[in-house]
Design a protein around this ligand. Structure first.
Ligand SMILES: [Zn+2]
Length: 471
């Protein structure tokens, strides 16, 4: 297949010819439980890393396993001519834990299952399927003699916030040099409407703690005189934000927020997003808004102040009349492009101190937001590719969550990063979206009614971007 013969028909034929091999390979990958958060799965990750490197070599590339402080990173290279530009495709091969006992899986999560035109199994969509899809894309590009050098970068710590990624990438920056990075780890908003995220929210986590005594005291003996740290923390939280509307009351909090452009809002509207679908996907009973555009702005383009938990006091059955000596609130702010975690941490700390000087603010993990491109040669290339494959232009939307590796690659490799996600959203026909992770091969060799489901970035456990874990 030569470049000039790289037509949709030729690619469909290529897809059909390679489908069986693709599925066999995906099965091998999915059935290794490469759960990055589980320390007992280190050997599984090692096994998957070795398999990944072997597969790259089988596809004619050079592979290296880059050791890090945590799980390894796989680098694959197909260099044909040093004068040609280099494109790197980023994916991750680690997954979240999965269990039929605690989650509504209809099939064994670590058994690759094909049902009709759908694949089930942890990682089939997020993100082993897209990684292998890219590999077959690379094979086709090589066979067609496209004038480009290709690389893959496969991480094994994405699901735990990429704690070792930046250091490892910086150490190997010269050998990983590339002209652009394509990230294939995102999901469309609606079937039939290609969508590319052009922005990710960041995160700044906090713990607020207050201690006013040493032990529990009796409210009959001390009540009225004793300070109550739990109640004072509740008051503080209410001073920080309006829990009904979500509006943050900390001065300066919104100063750096750049509202989405008219064009972006138009794309949001055309993305296929529906409030009913969002409610169903996330099992909500009610929301802060029922207006679709307002909802999209809230989850993609506005910062938040969120309470994740409150600890302290008596939590057993019934009522025990103690006055607790201490309390803690777990808080995080989602940040949007142009905000920085550093500034938000300063604003929040200063505000809390001004309201209650005894509260200690512990600044936790930070991920800066990412502003993607919707214009320029790379965005145009993504548009052309989507148009070629799906016969319609993609919409540029945003992601509510964070992918730490994206900002790292842009900063360390000093090159533009763009998204080209191929995953389809879940539908009502699947078990709960957060656990159903069907995936499909690239459009060119996907059966006509393939569907897949996986957790939207902003809501699943894996996407909760836990501050404690670097998200
Ligand atoms: Zn992913």
């Amino acid at each position: 297949m030569k470049t000039e013969n790289l037509t949709r028909e030729a690619l469909k034929k290529y897809a059909a010819e390679n489908r069986e091999a693709f599925e066999a390979l995906l099965k091998d990958f999915v059935e290794i439980p490469s759960i990055s958060v589980d320390p007992t799965k280190k050997d599984a990750i090692r096994e998957n890393a070795k398999l990944a490197a072997d597969v790259i070599r089988r596809f004619g590339g050079e592979a290296s396993i880059l050791e890090t402080d945590g799980h390894p990173i796989i680098s694959g290279t197909w260099t044909k001519n040093p004068d040609w530009p280099t494109v790197t495709v980023y994916n991750h091969l680690d997954v979240q834990p999965a269990s039929m006992e605690t989650e509504p899986w209809a099939t064994e999560p670590f058994t690759f299952t094909k049902q009709g035109d759908r694949y089930f199994g942890r990682g089939t969509t997020d993100d082993k399927g897209p990684a292998l899809t890219a590999l077959y894309g690379i094979k086709a590009a090589l066979e067609a003699d496209l004038p480009v050098n290709l690389r893959v970068l496969w991480e094994f710590e994405e699901e735990i916030g990429s704690p070792s990624f930046e250091k490892a990438i910086a150490a190997h920056a010269a050998e990983l040099a590339t002209d652009s990075v394509l990230v294939s780890d995102t999901i469309w908003i609606a079937r039939g409407k290609p969508a590319c995220p052009a922005g990710l929210r960041g995160l700044q986590g906090f713990l607020f703690t207050l201690e006013t005594g040493e032990t529990d005291q009796h409210s009959g003996v001390c009540g009225g005189a004793a300070r109550n740290p739990m109640a004072e923390l509740m008051k503080l939280v209410n001073e920080c934000f309006d829990a009904t509307t979500g509006r943050v009351k900390i001065p300066g909090f919104y100063d750096d927020v750049v509202p989405p452009t008219k064009k972006e809002l138009e794309d949001f509207k055309r993305s296929g997003f529906t409030v009913a679908g969002f409610k169903k996907d996330h099992l909500f009973k009610s929301l802060r808004t029922s207006d679709p555009l307002d909802l999209m702005k809230r989850i993609w383009a506005q910062p938040t102040f969120e309470i994740h938990g409150m600890t302290g006091g008596y939590t057993g059955p019934g009522v025990k009349t103690v006055i607790p000596p201490r309390g803690e609130v777990k808080v995080s702010c989602r940040l949007v492009p142009n905000q920085t975690g550093e500034k938000i941490a300063k604003l929040v700390t200063k505000f809390v101190k001004s309201k209650n000087k005894d509260v200690v603010v512990h600044v936790k993990n930070r991920l800066d937001p990412y502003q993607g491109k919707t214009e320029g040669p790379l965005a145009e290339a993504v548009k052309r590719a989507m148009q070629f494959a799906f016969k319609r232009e993609p919409v540029f939307v945003r992601e509510g969550g964070s992918i730490g590796a994206v900002v790292t690659m842009e900063n360390v490799l000093k090159c533009p990063v763009i998204f080209l996600g191929l995953s389809l959203p879940s539908t009502a026909t699947t078990p709960r979206t957060r656990t159903s992770t069907g995936s499909r091969p690239p459009a060119a060799w996907r059966p006509s009614r393939a569907t897949s489901a996986r957790s939207p970035r902003s809501a699943s456990p894996r996407r909760s971007r836990r501050p404690e874990r670097g998200r």
